[in-house]
Design a protein around this ligand. Sequence first.
Ligand code: HQG
Length: 176
Amino acid sequence: MNTKSISKLLSFILRHSPETIQLPLDANGWADVNTLLHQCQVNGHHFTRAELETTVAENDKQRFAFNEDKTRIRASQGHSVNISLDLPPVTPPEFLYHGTVPKFLANIRKTGLQKMSRQHLHLSDDLDTARNVGSRRGIPHILTIRSGDMHRNGFLFYRSDNGVWLTDEVPPEYIG
Ligand code: HQG
């Protein structure tokens, strides 16, 4: 398997569907690396520990992280499975951005931005990233979020290990 297909497989398993290879995740989303390699192997996904390490190190968005002694691995964000990343709340910049597509706008203006199937709503602190996120679904439309005002009004924000801003929702009145 090349690093791209390993990365796609890891995203699927560690964020959404660990049960497809009978892989236990702990409460914070960590999997044991040896168990991951073994369960991948027995389910027909063949790659080595060295290839796993290269995939993690070279991943364009740094989607995965090892713990300090590299015995455990998790996805840094994007989960739909019910785990807690256990990140501390942090003060966001005054504005954050969310890339979406025009067909969702009417609903977003009505109900705000929601986390949909994931554990958090994903925001970015730069326009390029937001544009890339939106482009996955069509012609991107960038929404500016008044995150500073949200924070002052008690909404919590987190920053994943790979720099993605996370929150639970953005009510319509904070969307510029
Ligand atoms: C939209 C990728 C209607 C929202 C990316 C988005 C990101 C609503 C879609 C990460 C809505 C959910 C996450 C509402 C939100 N009504 N539509 N009220 N609220 N939406 O994939 O942010 O490459 O769950 O705009 O780069 O697109 O996989 O979220 O279009 O960082 O690592 O509902 O996934 O990262 O889609 O993407 P998603 P997202 P990776």
